[in-house]
Write a protein that binds this ligand. Structure first.
Ligand code: PBG
Length: 329
């Protein structure tokens, strides 16, 4: 008998052979590009900690969206920077709110029909204190009220569905919000609008650059009483379980790279379509290494995305979406 009998390298000899046996693939349709919408016209303001990412006024966002459509990207995820903020975050559900305006403009543009327009539903971009819900103060102490926050989130979701959003993506991590949002959507005749729940969202340091982008860092305290403890895998499964029971059509895991085991476990247990969010800090850290010439940009980017797909994510929200789609073309 020849030694060794099994030679794994036989199937690695040529690119044609490797391509034949490749198990996981990236497709532009399975990438979602986040957009940060701000007031004004002709605004394209760079975000310091996220090279290549901008705050965009609606007109500029439309141009960016057209590029995404031309690249075959699957969808957009919209965030808003309101004109002004208040304690309740009333800009989130305003009829003429910034994301509502952007959604209407996007849905009117036939060149963007191939894009699924998703909206992030949360209050932190709209509250003066930067928390994702209503703050109750008691002397030096404060807490984030669950149920009153859920009422406002449901109102926000209904308002965004009415504006024309294709998918409602709540990212606040309050309890019971999926059920409340489902009910609110049904009540305004949007029983066909799906919910993509950020079901397992961890309290992560990797959101830092995003909070700079939308100016949503909490003014006091942190998000650990609503976002999950990074140590907990089983708890993440319970979150997903509940959101599916309350009517989530799809779920998302976030962040992605430090939580690949969570994505894999969720994929093994549940059959709903599942996304992962490669968050701002994941993008920024890779970019910082690219700028220093320490990592090769394209290969590293593609490997990071492939790892998330291999872990089990059907689609990926990523600030690399356009660059990756170009690399795949
Ligand atoms: C809103 C929200 C956040 C992100 C997505 N939705 C920030 C946060 O929870 O603090 C983070 C996205 C990113 O870092 O790219 N709650």
């Amino acid at each position: 008998m020849n030694f060794p009998q099994t030679r794994m390298r036989r199937l690695r000899r040529t690119e044609a052979m490797r391509s034949l046996v490749r198990e996981t693939h990236l497709r532009p349709e399975a990438l979602i590009y986040p957009l940060f919408i701000c007031p004004g016209e002709g605004v394209r303001k760079p975000i310091n900690s996220m090279p290549g990412v901008f705050n965009l006024s609606v007109d500029e966002a439309l141009k960016e969206a057209e590029q995404c459509a031309a690249l075959g990207i699957g969808g957009l995820l919209l965030f808003g920077l309101p004109e002004s903020k208040d304690e309740q975050g009333s800009g989130a559900w305003a009829e003429d709110g910034i994301v509502q305006k952007a959604v209407r403009a996007i849905k009117q543009n036939r060149k963007l029909d191939s894009l699924v327009t998703m909206v992030d539903v949360c209050l932190c971009e709209y509250t003066s204190h930067g928390h994702c819900g209503i703050v109750a103060r008691d002397g030096d102490h404060y807490s984030i009220e669950n149920d009153s926050s859920v009422t406002l989130l449901a109102k926000t979701a209904a308002s965004l569905a009415k504006a024309g959003a294709d998918v409602i993506a709540p990212s606040d991590m309050m309890d019971g919000r999926i059920g409340a949002i489902r009910e609110a959507l049904d009540q305004v005749g949007h029983q066909d609008t799906p919910i993509l729940s950020y079901a397992s969202k961890f309290a992560s340091a990797f959101y830092g650059p995003f909070r700079e982008a939308v100016d949503s860092a909490p003014q006091f305290g942190d998000r650990r009483s609503y976002q999950m403890d990074g140590a907990n895998l089983r708890e993440a499964m319970r979150e997903i379980d509940q959101d599916i029971a309350e009517g989530a059509d799809m779920v998302i895991m976030k962040p992605a790279m430090p939580y690949l085991d969570v994505i894999r476990e969720a994929r093994n247990r549940y059959d709903v379509p599942m996304g992962a969010y490669q968050v701002s800090g994941e993008y920024s850290m890779l970019h910082a290494a690219f700028e220093r010439g320490w990592l090769e940009p394209e290969r590293t980017m593609m490997e990071s995305l492939l790892g998330i797909r291999r872990a089990g994510a059907d689609f990926i929200v990523t600030y690399f979406a356009q660059k990756a789609a170009r690399a795949l073309a």
